[in-house]
Ligand binder design. Structure first.
Ligand code: FMN
Length: 305
């Protein structure tokens, strides 16, 4: 997720059982122009053995060029390259990128073909139900015929953005229409919704987005549910300890700027906690991770779930 799934957050998710995490979406144009910020997205953690890199763009040759850069940079730690054909943001679709590719399915197929020609790892695609209507089955078939190795579907149209609910029937229809693995995505909030997504759609795996923010332990819950094992949610103290770990790691890896980035994560750890409003303000004023630790642990006396 752009702005969230950096090296620190991915490590946290892994520590709770996430099997594969993705980089934030990276511009193929930025990569091929040697844009420094873009290259920073390819920095992996020391213990990060496998990662999926997500690229966005709309020019087949440039996308293939970006694949070569990513593969050279990451070597055996690269698990797969994913193409973003789902982002609904205006500034992305205005360039013909992200979900705009659902309006140009022939070009979408050409992108996958060009990437497959040079990629040493599987090429996967994440897309939506359609632009303004349901076109996901024919789109999925084009991607499969172009060589895509797996597909992830977030079953809302671009025009829906994030409104309404994810249409699970669309995931089931894509799964029935193609022979490659299909990953279901959208509105998974807990172990139960992950299991029901798999049962109702027949999908081969699930992808978690927003529900991991502020609760990276959701991967442990989901894995327990899929395995039919009991699960004990973290206590309030354990939840805050994860938030502290996040703060300490981001400060170590990114320095003071990391703490600015952390501001969008921290309130999510406090979601649903009574009496946390004053704490949020204090946390925004914290000068370093040590202060965040002190504030959070001190707050345990005053707040409850
Ligand atoms: C802040 C934010 C950033 C996102 N960035 C990306 C991205 O870079 N690439 C992508 O494929 N999807 C991105 N998404 C979409 C999610 O991956 C996911 O498809 C969507 O949120 C639905 O799944 P969920 O209900 O589990 O969140 C983003 C979503 C949010 C809320």
């Amino acid at each position: 997720m752009a702005g969230y799934t950096d090296v620190v957050f991915r490590a946290l998710c892994r520590s709770f059982g996430c099997d594969l995490s993705y980089t934030e979406m990276i511009s193929a144009k930025g990569l091929t122009f040697g844009n420094v910020k873009t290259s920073e997205y390819l920095t992996l953690g020391e213990d990060e053995r496998a990662v999926a890199v997500q690229l966005f763009g709309h020019e087949p040759d440039r996308m293939a060029e970006a694949v070569k850069i990513v593969a050279d940079h990451l070597g055996p730690r690269l698990s797969c390259i994913d193409v973003n054909m789902g982002c609904p943001a205006q500034k992305i679709v205005a360039n013909g990128d992200g979900s705009a590719l659902m309006r140009t399915p022939v070009l979408a197929g050409q992108i996958v073909e060009a990437m497959k020609r040079v990629s040493p790892v599987p090429v996967t695609v994440k897309f939506r139900k359609g632009w303004d209507k349901d076109t996901c089955v024919p789109f999925a078939k084009i991607l499969e015929a172009s060589g895509a190795d797996a597909l992830t579907l977030h079953p809302r149209t671009r025009m829906q953005q994030y409104r309404g609910t994810a249409d699970r029937a669309a995931i089931g229809a894509v799964k029935a229409a193609v022979g490659i693995p299909v990953i279901g995505n959208g509105d998974i909030a807990d172990g139960e919704s992950a299991v029901s997504m798999m049962r109702e759609t027949g999908c081969d795996g699930v992808m978690i987005g927003r529900a991991a923010l502020g609760q990276p332990w959701i991967f442990r819950e989901i894995k327990a549910a899929i395995a039919g094992q009991p699960y004990t949610p973290p206590t309030l103290a354990e939840r805050l300890e994860v938030a502290v770990r996040h703060a300490e790691r981001i400060e170590q890896v990114k320095g003071p700027h990391g703490l600015v980035e952390l501001r969008k994560h921290l309130p999510r750890y406090l979601h649903g906690i009574r009496g946390s409003a004053a704490l949020r303000t204090r946390l925004n004023e914290a000068k370093n991770a040590a202060e965040i630790r002190a504030f959070l642990l001190d707050s345990l006396k005053n707040i409850t779930i």
